[in-house]
Design a protein around this ligand. Structure first.
Ligand code: LLP
Length: 427
């Protein structure tokens, strides 16, 4: 978050509010999101891509009604990938035509609801889905705008579970073996579908621009092949999300202007050489917008020094509010924020309170030797894929998300209560 500062007394403030006051008012663990930073990042993306492009925020990173309202006000569109995300978007008043609906296994109900709501595009992910969406649109008497998600065969250099454009995975329709060309044939053959263009998403937390460039090139080449075969120039391409953010000081992310510039250049160059009109480009950043805007605040509980091994510092959350360390070996940093300390920094492992030894918050952290129960620790860059992947493991109560702006803090997603848990349990 951009408005984080350490005050003269050593207490960190966010948006002008002391974290000690935040902990007192909202409890820990909790996510604190800098609303001004979120809005600034939306504007940076919209500005970088300009009027001839569209930015769709990927709701899977973190979605709530307040977020939808901010997106709406900042002129962004929204990518949703489930009926639940669609409901949140519509409930918060996102115009349906600004929503893209994704998913590799959309249910019949989701397809019907998306078409019925009038979403701006459905991104088709398989041959079966082309037929299903075409059928449902026909039944509802509408012509549904769609894109086809293609897999361009790029190996994005990221964790295997979040790389998505190599061929052996569940998303999209392969370009390499002619399947994507066949998908285009089928989509064009349905009167109830309006094929807007092609979509490619190559993975997530990517720093190397080369993958995006190869992907853009291959998508444009497919546009040219479509023009050659069918005599139609599809008006849109979507190049997905995936831009990495800094979790630790070793990460060096690109700025939206750089990615916009390089994508525009590649697409323009490829289109010129193929004699194509330049299509309207869209992108779907999730992490790059919301990730850096929030941090998680924890309170230190038990500290257990293991002679000759290491010290385990336990906090009051863990894998239920941030599964990414356990799931992807993700790296985070952590800092003491409720005071300063002159004590020497020592290497510790920060762990959660769950009944599992993989419940690690930060594997190797340097924290002051005088760290004590009651101290507050903050983990930065937890805005993306933390609250949205949070669980009730061990019947943990999922933490609130608190938006901070201009010296005011407001709960946008409240903390779960034990009544919330018991309400679902019918005995
Ligand atoms: N568009 C599509 C079609 C996607 O599948 C995704 C992410 C995005 C956009 C947004 O990608 P982003 O800009 O946020 O990287 N849970 C994982 C990340 C999974 C990403 C899935 N798809 C994690 O915590 O790293």
């Amino acid at each position: 978050a951009r408005t984080v500062q350490r005050g003269a007394d050593g207490v960190v403030t966010v948006g002008g509010i002391r974290v000690t006051a935040l902990a007192e008012e909202f409890g820990t663990p909790a996510y604190f999101l800098d609303e001004e930073d979120f809005r600034a990042r939306c504007r940076a993306w919209a500005h970088a891509f300009g009027k001839d492009a569209d930015v769709f925020y990927a709701g899977k990173a973190f979605l709530s009604k307040a977020v939808v309202k901010w997106l709406k006000e900042e002129g962004l569109n929204l990518d949703v990938c489930s009926g639940g995300e669609l409901s949140t978007a519509l409930a918060a008043g996102m115009p349906a035509e600004r929503i893209a609906f994704h998913g590799n296994n959309k249910s019949a109900d989701e397809i019907t609801r998306a078409i019925g709501a009038g979403v701006g595009r459905i991104v088709l992910d398989s041959f079966q889905e082309i037929a299903r969406v075409a059928h449902t649109a026909r039944e509802l008497g509408v012509v549904q705008p769609v894109q086809i998600r293609v897999t361009v065969g790029v190996e994005a250099h990221t964790h295997e579970f979040i790389a998505t454009a190599h061929e052996d995975q569940k998303f999209g329709i392969a370009v390499g073996d002619g399947s994507a060309a066949e998908a285009v044939r089928r989509a064009l053959g349905h009167d109830s579908l309006e094929l807007l263009g092609l979509h490619s998403h190559i993975g997530s937390q990517i720093f190397d621009m080369a993958g995006f460039e190869v992907s853009a090139k291959r998508v444009v080449r497919l546009l040219a092949a479509v023009r050659d075969e069918h005599g139609v120039e599809l008006p849109e391409i979507d190049l997905g999300g995936g831009l990495g953010i800094a979790y630790t000081s070793g990460d060096d992310p690109s700025e939206p202007q750089d990615i916009a510039k390089s994508l525009h250049e590649i697409v323009t160059r490829e289109c010129e050489s193929a004699g194509l009109r330049v299509p309207r480009i869209s992108v779907e950043p999730g992490r790059a917008i919301v990730g850096p805007t929030a941090f998680t605040l924890y309170e230190v509980g038990t500290i257990k020094p293991l002679e000759g091994l290491r010290t385990y510092v336990s906090v009051d959350g863990g894998m239920s509010d941030n599964i990414r360390t356990a799931l992807y070996d993700a790296e985070y940093s952590i800092a003491l924020v409720s005071r300063t300390s002159d004590a020497e920094p020592v290497l510790v492992r920060v762990v959660g309170k769950h009944c599992e030894s993989g419940d690690i918050v930060v594997k190797d952290a340097f924290l002051p030797a005088d760290l004590a129960p009651g101290d507050l620790l903050a983990v930065p860059a937890t805005g993306a894929y933390c609250r949205s992947m949070a669980s009730n493991y061990n019947h943990a109560l999922r933490p609130p998300v608190v938006a901070v702006r201009d010296g005011a803090a407001r709960v946008i997603v409240r903390r779960e209560t034990e009544e919330d848990l018991l309400r679902l349990d019918l005995g």
